[in-house]
Design a protein around this ligand. Structure first.
Ligand code: CP
Length: 321
């Protein structure tokens, strides 16, 4: 595999290989081996046209821990604001010898264009494009699910620990605008989990019937009947809701029907974990009680993101050699 553009491109074996490699990367970090020489002499460019805290910092940390040189490019303050095209930006990165380009863009498909238009020789990693895909987020989510719920003493499954077979994950909230939901539905089901999307009818995408998951408009019913092993709360993306892109119930209606609060938290099975990709709207899709509870693995998801992104950069830049 030369690029990582979508979790739909990953077979079960591919995904397990990334997760296993990430586990090895995490083990080096826990042994205080902060830096590996693996990508010495390689250049990773973080090309961010849209805001990010976790993903950008995490890719930068991952690349540096593999000894790569890192160039951070933000559209704000660059010649993009003077009208420079994606093509000319890509040709500039090519001239500078980029080996990997990690791209976040507000337009769905921009990383695919970068990878396949012939402007760049670099490996392209999709760091989130529009409402389409965020594959490394789904991989770090799968990594976190596997660590907590598979094969261990506390988890509901007693398998080999290689995939997520037998798990039920509820993905709750603004599915319509969520690249995290799309990436997770594809990856988690490839890994054998059952996924239920829970959302108000106005925030469910057209064509969702064709996705390999269940859909519910009833959060309390899903918690009571589905007994999910993990609840993944999605951010309400108000910035993507202008221009008729989806009716938003009032914040009070939304949090009453679809917010994870202390009452709903108490109905989860004992082993169940609470996830959120961040950034969170505290008090809207998740209460402070839930976000800060011992069941929440939200900060751990961020830490796991470094190991997963180390694995992705390593496999794309060295794994094919
Ligand atoms: N989860 C995630 O993509 O967060 P950032 O937007 O901060 O990168």
């Amino acid at each position: 595999m030369k690029h990582l553009l979508s979790t739909a491109d990953l077979s079960r074996a591919d995904a397990v290989h990334v997760l296993d490699t990430a586990a090895e990367m995490a083990a080096t970090q826990s042994r205080e081996i902060k830096k590996l020489p693996t990508l010495r002499g390689r250049t990773v460019v973080n090309l961010f046209f849209e805001d990010s805290t976790r993903t950008r910092i995490s890719f930068e940390t991952a690349a540096k821990r593999l000894s790569a040189d890192v160039i951070n490019f933000s559209a704000k303050g660059s010649s993009v604001s003077k009208g420079e095209s994606l093509k000319d930006t890509a040709l500039t990165l090519q001239a500078m010898g980029a080996d990997a380009v990690v791209c976040r863009h507000q337009a769905s498909g921009a990383p695919h264009l970068l990878a396949h238009a012939g402007w760049l020789d670099a490996a392209v990693v999709n760091a989130g494009d529009g409402t389409h895909q965020h594959p490394t987020q789904a991989l770090l989510d799968a990594f976190t699910l596997r660590r907590h719920l598979v094969g261990g003493a506390q988890g509901p499954t007693a398998g080999s620990g290689s995939d997520l077979a037998g798990l039920h994950v509820a993905v709750v909230g603004d599915v319509l605008h969520s690249r995290v939901a799309r990436s997770n539905v594809s990856l988690l089901t490839t890994l054998g989990a059952r996924v239920t999307l829970v959302a108000p009818p106005t925030l469910v995408p057209v064509g969702v019937e064709a996705w390999p998951c269940d859909v519910s408009y009833d959060f309390d019913g899903t918690l009571a009947d589905g007994k999910p092993d993990a609840v993944m709360m999605l951010r309400v993306q108000r910035e993507r809701m202008s221009g008729g892109g989806g009716f938003f119930p009032s914040p009070l209606e939304y949090s009453r029907a679809y917010g994870l609060d202390a009452r709903r938290l108490a109905t989860l099975p004992d082993h169940a974990i609470v996830m959120h990709p961040g950034p969170m709207n505290r008090g809207l899709e998740i209460s402070a009680d839930a976000a800060d509870s011992p069941r929440a693995v939200i900060v751990e998801q961020v830490a796991n993101g470094v190991a997963v992104r180390m694995a992705v950069l390593y496999l794309l830049l060295e794994g094919n050699r």
